[in-house]
Ligand binder design. Structure first.
Ligand code: HPA
Ligand SMILES: [Zn+2]
Length: 332
């Protein structure tokens, strides 16, 4: 099945670039930048990746991001991710990054965005992978800080397509960011937000109604609210689901409990993504493989998930149509 999954042309729509920082690159960048890391080797780094919940993970993820200092570091991070995309049949990606994680420790915004953009551009020319970048606000910080980040980013507006919302969900509902999302939309950006990962289905409603998002990141707790599921089906709101992330962060105790297949069968526009692959044990193909094995999915359902990933992307309709034809031509 691995080969079939790899052959399916896919889009990845929920990927934190900082979460693709593999332990090997983390050590290399720490040495290059002469920084202290509280780990002796790769095994020690990996041993720290045992999470009881989202916050346990975020604490380690923000600490890991400290090794990213120069434009070259952000280029190398992004390029390593794109090479994985190439291996796994990802033909289009819409990764996000957290500028505040870097600007708050003194790294200038252009260092971050220019390093990422240069790698994405090279991904298009050398690997044939198209991409749109998403700028995410950290929801544990005040809305005022998100406004400042948006202002800082506006001179670089050609380098990203959408704004997003991530970090600690509980206690930080979408409504906290209503004004900054309105401003971003008025500036012409698309919008996505994490909602219904650890937070309740109510956060999915408010992301849709108050932030006017085009997609929901995660959204798996929508399953607890039948009315919400019906709305997601009626409006074909995409959910960027991340199966390995959900089990590693204990959103589901076991992959066999995951609701993605039920939602797919009901007609929800679900997609498969890796979230933070360096921390959760797999890139996008491993996520397809995990649900295929644990949920007894059929190859036709895997193909539908790949089609959904293209449909839910921000690509122009004619490009979507031609990639979907290619997905359909992969023999089952
Ligand atoms: O899964 C996530 N949820 C919220 N914030 C994040 N930042 C990186 N990954 C995540
Ligand atoms: Zn995420």
């Amino acid at each position: 099945m691995t080969e079939f999954i790899t052959q399916l042309p896919k889009a990845e729509l929920h990927l934190h670039l900082e979460g693709s920082l593999e332990p090997e690159l983390m050590l290399k960048l720490a040495q290059r930048n002469k920084l202290f890391l509280p780990y002796d080797d790769i095994a020690a780094i990996k041993a720290a990746y045992e999470f009881g919940n989202l916050q346990d993970f975020l604490d380690i993820y923000y600490q890991g991001a400290n090794v990213l200092q120069t434009e070259q570091d952000f280029f190398d991070l992004t390029w390593a991710y794109l090479l994985r995309c190439k291996e796994q049949g990802v033909v289009h990606t819409e990764p996000c990054f957290d500028p505040q994680t870097h600007t708050d420790r003194g790294i200038p915004f252009p260092v971050v965005v220019n390093g990422i953009s240069a790698a994405l551009k090279q991904g298009q020319t050398q690997l044939g992978i198209s991409s749109y970048l998403i700028l995410s606000f950290l929801r544990h910080l005040p809305e005022e800080a998100a406004f400042k980040t948006l202002e800082m980013a506006l001179p670089y507006r050609d380098q990203f397509i959408a704004v997003g919302l991530d970090s600690s969900e509980m206690g930080h509902p979408p409504e906290k960011f209503e004004r900054v999302f309105a401003k971003a939309r008025a500036e012409g950006f698309k919008a996505v937000a994490h909602a219904g990962e650890e937070g309740p289905a109510a956060y999915v409603w408010s992301a849709l109604d108050l932030l006017s998002v085009d997609r929901i990141d995660h959204g798996v707790r929508a399953f607890e609210d039948a009315k919400l599921i019906q709305r997601l089906i009626d409006e074909q709101v995409p959910l960027t689901v991340c199966p390995l992330s959900n089990t590693r962060l204990k959103v589901f105790a076991d992959m066999a409990d995951h609701t993605i297949l039920k939602m797919l069968d009901q007609g929800v526009m679900v997609t498969v993504n890796s979230d933070d692959p360096a921390y959760f044990g797999g890139y996008v193909a491993e996520n397809y493989q995990a649900i295929y094995e644990s949920l007894a999915m059929t190859p036709a359902q895997l193909q539908q998930l790949a089609i959904n990933s293209i449909k839910a992307s921000f690509l122009p309709q004619d490009v979507k149509n031609s990639i979907i034809l290619q997905v359909e031509s992969v023999g089952i």
